[in-house]
Design a protein around this ligand. Structure first.
Ligand SMILES: [Zn+2]
Length: 371
């Protein structure tokens, strides 16, 4: 990433938003804020030092991490992409499975060890052959000149690099990995922060942890245990709630039996059961069949705009009324369809508006079937 800052002369301010290398020349991209520029003018450069320093820390840390990755994961690790921004660094590399949490911790510790070793960063210009012989890492596929710049930090990291680096590794202060992910087949990505940004990240994480501990009324030391307990408790409560819903539905089912009407000698019941789920609908239909003797029953429930229907026909009547046909007579009027066995069938629909009318029409439909 190029430097930013200002190019200045008497009465002239050129704001630099990026810099690039074009052969031997350095191109400055930006905006003329004040004055005029003419060919041959001489300008002084004022680099945004705070931003450059943040980039420099991330750049040197990238070299250290590259070395740590090869040491811990293996020599197959090659740089596939790299972004060195002021606020973070991003490094893509070849590796054929996710980097484990344990490996990430070792990589982080290795880089922080190299930072604390506080080795001097040394840049030397030498012939390319000599550089490669000395074990300097070069980027595969990159074109290098006859003479190259070799950047080494202690005996931990030696790479061909033309960029700006820290004076000593200790300048980086702290290295913290934010994430590890896959970007393509066989290519992993690590994002990390250094220096002040690493401290800010740890500070934020600490604050979050304290907030969560406060919310669940636990100490930070036994937070995981407390959250595990809460998750388990909530699972139990959900189970109990399901069981209670079932009981509620069957209680409602018993009182429903009284609403059955007599049609040509059999009991017919079509009703809306509020708060039930498909399973408790089925259980209730079974109970009603036992209770009513010769009967045809269809129950409905509505949840989140979806209608669930269950129809049941007692064994002695399945020759005359099919549960599948019964359930579909109602389902068609609530925008759905279904099916099942002659004595038990289910359906769904997505138009609850038609449900009341559809249920009211059931005794009439049964009468037609029986006559
Ligand atoms: Zn570099």
């Amino acid at each position: 990433m190029g430097d930013t800052g200002e190019l200045l002369a008497e009465g002239v301010i050129f704001e630099v938003t990026d810099t690039h290398k074009h052969g031997a020349a350095h191109a400055h991209t930006g905006r003329l804020v004040e004055g005029r520029l003419a060919r041959g003018d001489v300008l002084g450069a004022k680099v945004d030092q705070a931003r450059r320093q943040a980039v420099v820390l991330n750049h040197s840390a990238t070299h250290l991490m590259h070395a740590a990755l090869r040491e811990i994961l293996g020599d197959h690790v090659q740089q596939k992409g790299s972004l060195v921004a002021p606020d973070r660094l991003r490094f893509d590399f070849s590796h054929f499975q996710p980097v484990t949490a344990e490996e990430l911790e070792r990589i982080e510790r290795r880089v922080n060890g190299a930072i604390r070793a506080n080795a001097e960063a040394e840049a030397r210009i030498m012939p390319i052959d000599q550089a490669l012989e000395s074990g300097a890492m070069a980027l595969f596929g990159e074109k290098y000149g006859d003479e190259v710049r070799v950047l080494s930090m202690g005996d931990f990291s030696t790479e061909l690099c033309g960029g700006v680096h820290v004076r000593r590794t200790g300048d980086i202060g702290l290295f913290k990995i934010l994430s590890e992910s896959g970007v393509a087949s066989g290519i992993r990505r690590i994002e990390a922060v250094t220096g002040e940004n690493a401290l800010n990240y740890i500070g934020e994480t600490e604050k979050n942890l304290s907030r969560v501990a406060e919310l669940v009324k636990a100490g930070r030391g036994d937070l995981d245990e407390k959250v595990a307990q809460m998750v388990e408790r909530s699972r139990q409560l959900e189970k109990e709630l399901e069981a209670l819903k079932g009981k509620l539905a069957s209680a409602a089912g018993s009182s429903l039996a009284d609403q059955a009407v007599e049609v040509n000698g059999i009991k017919v019941l079509a009703a809306h059961l509020e708060g039930a789920d498909p399973k408790s609908l089925r259980d209730t239909v079974d109970q009603l069949k036992n209770k009513l003797g010769e009967a045809a029953v269809v129950l409905a429930t509505v949840k989140d705009g979806k209608v669930s229907l269950v129809a049941g026909v007692t064994q002695g009547q399945t020759g005359r009324i099919k549960a599948g046909e019964l359930v579909n007579v109602v389902a068609q009027q609530v925008g759905g369809k279904g099916g099942g066995r002659p004595d038990m069938a289910m359906a769904g629909g997505n138009d609850p508006a038609g449900l009341t009318v559809a249920l009211a029409a059931v005794p009439g439909w049964i009468r037609e079937q029986l006559s």
